[in-house]
Design a protein around this ligand. Structure first.
Ligand SMILES: Cc1ncc(C[n+]2csc(CCOP(=O)(O)OP(=O)(O)O)c2C)c(N)n1
Length: 271
C-alpha cells in the first residue's frame, strides 16, 4: 500500500478500536495501549506480512505475536479488517461466551498464534518459531511487539540472547516506546533506558523510528531491512492513546469503561 492509503487505514483501525472498546464497556478495554500501536499494526498487516485470508493456517505465513497482550484490540482490529476474523466475531469482543477475550487466548479462532497477557513471553515463543522455520526449511518471518514497560521482564533478555546466538535473521522485535506502563511512567520504578544501545550490545540489528509515522515504519519494517544472521529490533517511539484527545498521553486511559459520549467524540475526531 502507498503511505497515504496506510494512513487512511490506520484511521479506520482506530475507529474500529474505539467501537469495539465501547461494545465491551461493561468489562472495559485497554484503549491507550492499543491506540499507541495502531500505526505499527497497520503497516505489518497491510504492507509487510504474508498471510492468506482463505487459508489462515498456511504453513508459509508470517507469524505475529502480541507480547503486550493487554493491547489485544491492536490485533483483533487488523484481523477483522483483513478478513481473518468476521465483523460478527469482532462485535462480540470481551462479552460473555466470546472467543475474543480481553487478552488473546486464540482458542477457536484464526490469527492468534499464541496466547498472551502475562507479560514477557512473546519474544521467547517468537524466537522458537523463527528457529523452527530455519530447521524445517520453511521460510517465513516472525514478528513480536513488546511494551517498553514489559522490558522489565527478565525472560525477555534471555530470549534476546537466544535469538542473537542462533542468528535469527527472520525474527523482528518491535518495542512500543510510549513512556508509560500500568499506573506510572516507564522510568518511575525500574528503568530500561537507552533501549537501542542495549539491544545492539546483545548483537541485534537495531532501527529507531517514530512509531506513529507510517512512512518511517514502512521503510523500517520492509523485508529488505532484514539481515541474514542478526535478528532485528525496531525501537518505535509512540504516543500512548494517540488518535483520541482524551486518551492521548493520558495513562488514565490505560484501561477504561467507555461512555457513549467518548465514542461519539472519538469517531468525530477520527473522521
Ligand atoms: C507478568 C505480568 N506482570 C504484570 C502484569 C500487569 N500489567 C498489565 S499491563 C502492564 C504495564 C505494561 O506496560 P507496557 O509494556 O509499557 O505497555 P503499555 O500499556 O504502556 O503500552 C502491567 C504491569 C502483567 N500483565 N503480566
Amino acid at each position: 500500500m502507498r503511505v497515504e492509503q496506510l494512513e487512511e487505514k490506520a484511521k479506520e483501525m482506530r475507529r474500529l478500536c474505539m467501537e469495539m472498546a465501547y461494545l465491551a464497556r461493561g468489562e472495559g478495554a485497554h484503549v491507550g495501549p492499543a491506540l499507541s500501536i495502531m500505526d505499527i499494526m497497520t503497516v505489518l498487516y497491510f504492507d509487510v506480512m504474508n498471510y492468506r485470508v482463505d487459508e489462515p493456517k498456511w504453513e508459509g505465513r508470517d507469524r505475529f505475536l502480541l507480547s503486550k497482550g493487554h493491547a489485544v484490540l491492536g490485533i483483533y482490529v487488523p484481523l477483522v479488517l483483513s478478513g481473518l476474523l468476521s465483523r460478527e466475531e469482532g462485535s462480540t469482543f470481551n462479552q460473555v461466551k466470546t472467543k475474543l477475550a480481553g487478552h488473546p487466548s486464540g482458542k477457536g479462532m484464526n490469527g492468534i498464534e499464541h496466547p498472551s497477557g502475562s507479560l514477557g513471553h512473546g519474544l521467547s515463543v517468537a524466537g522458537g518459531m523463527a528457529l523452527a522455520s530455519k530447521l524445517k526449511g520453511n521460510p517465513y518471518n516472525v514478528y513480536t511487539l513488546i511494551g517498553d514497560g514489559e522490558l522489565d521482564e527478565g525472560s525477555i533478555w534471555e530470549a534476546v540472547m537466544f535469538a542473537a546466538r542462533y542468528k535469527l535473521g527472520n525474527l523482528t522485535a518491535i518495542i512500543d516506546v510510549n513512556g508509560f506502563k500500568y499506573g506510572s511512567t516507564t522510568d518511575e520504578f525500574t528503568t530500561v533506558d537507552r533501549i537501542a544501545d542495549k539491544w545492539r550490545a546483545f548483537g541485534w540489528h537495531v532501527i529507531e523510528v517514530d512509531g506513529n509515522n507510517v512512512a518511517q515504519l514502512k521503510i523500517a519494517l520492509d523485508k529488505k531491512q532484514l539481515t541474514k544472521d542478526k535478528p532485528t529490533c525496531v525501537v518505535a517511539k509512540t504516543v500512548k492513546g494517540l488518535g483520541f484527545s482524551k486518551a492521548c498521553n493520558n495513562n488514565d486511559w490505560h484501561h477504561v469503561k467507555m461512555e457513549k459520549e467518548d465514542l461519539d467524540l472519538a469517531l468525530k475526531e477520527l473522521a
